[in-house]
Write a protein that binds this ligand. Structure first.
Ligand code: AMP
Ligand code: ZN
Length: 146
């Protein structure tokens, strides 16, 4: 772990990373930690996070990408083998409006089963393809400005 790793002393997940609060650890390497969610949506629901404190996806530097992706893939594969789930959701909540409660970025690996009773996301619609294309262009303009 780098000495300069960002830490927030008031953050629950930073305390878990530091070993100050226990967790049911699933995986750990130099940069990534994974542990069971204390309130699982389905049994085996696991959280995967960078050890360093980044509040949301928007602060996460490119340098975290490779280790995070590797951790996600290893954990998801192992959860699938152990729980024999048909599939899994890999979800990350950003900001309170999206349900983020712990502001240390983390990914949920949620085992899913054909008849687990969890609701599907509702699908909306655009009024026409022009509206859709304009919206895509407007979002892209923010990327070009960044
Ligand atoms: P989010 O809503 O994306 O911020 O998710 C936070 C998740 O952290 C929730 O699913 C909680 O159940 C989980 N959680 C909170 N405290 C703990 C803890 N001490 N150990 C494991 N999971 C936790
Ligand atoms: Zn933190």
């Amino acid at each position: 772990m780098a000495d300069t790793m960002p830490v927030d002393e008031n953050c629950l997940f930073c305390k878990i990373v530091a070993g100050l609060i226990p967790c049911a650890r699933v995986y750990e390497d130099e940069k990534v930690l994974a542990f069971l969610d204390i309130n699982p949506i389905n049994r085996g629901h696991t959280l995967v996070l960078p050890k360093a404190h980044f509040p949301s996806l928007l602060e996460l530097p490119d340098s975290e990408g490779e280790s995070l992706l590797r951790g996600l893939r290893l954990v998801a594969g192992a959860v699938q083998k152990q729980t024999r789930c048909g599939g899994f959701n890999c979800i990350q909540n950003n900001f309170a409006s999206a349900g983020q409660v712990i502001f240390h970025s983390h990914w949920h690996i949620i085992p899913r089963f054909n008849s687990d009773g969890l609701p599907d996301w509702p699908g909306g619609a655009y009024s026409d393809s022009k509206e859709m294309e304009e919206l895509a262009r407007s979002i892209n303009a923010h990327i070009l400005k960044a």
